[in-house]
Design a protein around this ligand. Sequence first.
Ligand SMILES: Cc1cc2nc3c(=O)[nH]c(=O)nc-3n(C[C@H](O)[C@H](O)[C@H](O)COP(=O)(O)OP(=O)(O)OC[C@H]3O[C@@H](n4cnc5c(N)ncnc54)[C@H](O)[C@@H]3O)c2cc1C
Length: 490
Amino acid sequence: MARPSVVIVGGGIAGLAAAWELTGADRGPDAGTPRVELIESADRVGGSLGTVDFADRVIDTGPDGFLARRPEATELIRELGRADQLEPVAASGASIWLRGELDEIPPGLALGVPTSSAAVRAVHGLSWRARLAARRDELVPRRLVVGDDASIGAIVRTKLGAEIAYRFVEPMVGGIQAGRIDELSARALFPSLLEAARSGGSLMRALAARSPSPTSSPPSGPVAPAPLFASLEGGVGSLVTTLATTLRARGVVVRTATRVTALRATARDEHPWAVDTDDTTTPAHALILAVPGAVAGELLQAYHPDLAALRTITSAGAAMVTVCVARDAVRLPARGTGVLIPLATPWNDQESMMVTALTFLDRKWPRLAREDTVILRAHVGRSDDARWSALDDAALIERVTDEMTRVLPGFPPIRDALVSRFPAGLPQYRVGHLNLVAAARAGAPRGVLLAGNAYDGVGIPASIGSGRRAARELLASLASREANDRGTYW
Ligand SMILES: Cc1cc2nc3c(=O)[nH]c(=O)nc-3n(C[C@H](O)[C@H](O)[C@H](O)COP(=O)(O)OP(=O)(O)OC[C@H]3O[C@@H](n4cnc5c(N)ncnc54)[C@H](O)[C@@H]3O)c2cc1C
């Protein structure tokens, strides 16, 4: 029987991780390894991940680190032989810009939600109304009935009031997803919040009971707790270069600048699928779709209505402006890796601020620190704010540095700047997301798997895990078909 042939559509980190798993992971390929072709529409693989030379450093153009307490990214890095190049984050904490001042974000939060009225009192920029709302939640909590799913916003707003929801929680939770808490699914993104709301009493007390207490994990043993975030020497984006080089050496056909335009079921046992691009057709036994949900929905809409529904998973656009300034001229908060700016913070009479967060990159990653300069990154863009996309690079840099000057008084003239744009970078997990994904997977034709950050969690570790799981599932199906020796795979 011929070697099975698998096409992976999409060469972001999920597609690359799927190809790694299909070709034997750290064991390498063997006689049973399928033929793998990975097709990517951009002119390079990596999706949101990438690196560039900037201001005498190699920096990430996209994500600059990953959650290291999840195993998937560190495991892959270890398998690729780069464990000694893992770099733990060097600082923690952040500030929030409230009522024209910077407030250090206190401890005692669960993913941005306060777990006690003391935590709310510690934020000077929150008003007495917010303090009262927090105390009320501890003493006479508001009633809220939640069903299978609810928005993060509906839970926090009902239980803790609008100010805590929009001024405090939204910049943190919504900021990570570039979405609005009133739309984002608690079940998909913050299950402990949904459980806490279901428990009926005080939201903050229920969340506190579900969050690991800072004093309950004793640093007494010889093993230091794993760092929360990590990066990689050469940038986390360098992971895609290592993967692509290794995959090509293993015989994976990696095609870039090639968009998949259609997936056709052929009704042929030998190659049940045909993958079309503008000028080629690749026959395949099986497919892994590691593209944005809306693209998967377009390509698969003919096969099941629940697959067509994937088109509703839209992605928020975002951009990042990285600037380099003289070290001795800039005054940063004493501690922390950055600043959050709540939505609707006024910029002038007509407009709100565009920047949603600032990151002090060289505080996070010591390899980027230099004696004479610092580099900072401003984040813009949300699911309902695409103003950045109407500005060219020069205008965006000007606007962003003007806003930085307000938040960091005395901000000096920039020496260098770089704009990275992600027109559809962050999938929005709206209320009901997990049901939508489960239905789509159940409706997928045999041999078609969905992977990537549209489904199983946003972020590098989740995307790697999703790609590898899809590949393992496919390998298991191929093996069981082969064992049946029916001469066909599906
Ligand atoms: C601005 C920003 C900052 C982020 N910061 C962090 C961070 O600090 N830490 C973290 O862990 N995560 C971060 N993330 C999230 C993380 O980058 C993503 O979750 C992850 O990279 C998604 O990988 P993926 O492979 O699932 O999707 P993608 O990277 O989106 O890859 C999908 C690929 O499919 C390709 N494609 C689309 N259509 C077609 C087609 N028709 N044919 C062929 N190919 C196609 C696309 O070009 C793309 O390369 C950030 C994301 C953004 C946008």
